[in-house]
Design a protein around this ligand. Sequence first.
Ligand code: AMP
Ligand code: MG
Length: 322
Amino acid sequence: MQKEKEIGLRAVRTAMAMAAAVQRETGAGSTLTKSDRSPVTIADFAVQALICNALGLHFPGLPIVGEEDSQAIRKPENREIFVRIVRYLRKYDPALDEKLIFDLIDMGGAEPDGTFWTLDPIDGTKGFLRGEQFAIALALVQEGEIRLGILGCPNLPANSGGTLFWAIQGKGSWRIPAKGGIAEPVRASTKTNPTQMRFVESYESSHSDKETQLAISQRLLISSPPEQMDSQVKYGIVASGLAEIYLRIPNPATPDYREKIWDHAAGSLIVEEAGGKVSDIEGRKLDFSAGKTLLRNRGILATNSAVHKRVLEIVAELAGKK
Ligand code: AMP
Ligand code: MG
């Protein structure tokens, strides 16, 4: 797994710098809307192309299950956006031609099966557009087990150049400042008294059930209200001991929504390898062998492990089996 880690870290680190530049330099005017009505930006496409390029070069034949495809940017009316994607990518690799860039994006179009990479080029696109938290998430899945997780968090902490987290199954969780420095182990919080715990949830109201989440934090007698932030940065925060609970109860308005594997693969391994615990809200292990979604799971609970059982009990009580 050393080569996978080295190549993955290098690609994600480069992608973090590129995405941060796009976030600084471009506004919300450069987004497209996907068929599920979610936004996608220059950075989503450019990062997917950049990371697929690196993975394809070093691990040819290993499938990549990425979030994006090139369909929208092949349309003539989106030519201007595509030109900007090309311009960003050529800063890193001047030899890339347009046809190759489409192909690199579509390299991420594999179906999950056996051993594969899964990539969320920009997780938390809405946070990205607000100038807030987002993450670049890459994981290696083998027969439903996450073996390697890499999480680039360009705005964590703010104005620092960002943090890169990674974990290899059985080998612990680590972090390093993206601009360089010494890798250090990441450990989840050892707090056991719920009243002192910190609770994180999605910023976007439509992505979870904030009302029930607030009720749960109150039942735990947590003194401060849940803190909202976008993307898998929440997993990075729990893994680092900066929060004890990340809860994602399905929003009652979208009961059929299923979590995407690329939204949880890297982050969940990083929390577990830091000594935390991750399950769905009914206590089941996340099942990454059911395709592109966590078909057999409902919601997400990531904790420092000490409080996991207690939160599951309260969820069962308050959220029931709805
Ligand atoms: P977060 O910032 O933690 O809410 O995570 C962002 C992710 O939420 C996006 O990458 C989407 O894939 C995902 N998402 C979109 N719609 C929903 C929904 N209705 N319920 C749960 N997650 C969603
Ligand atoms: Mg995402």
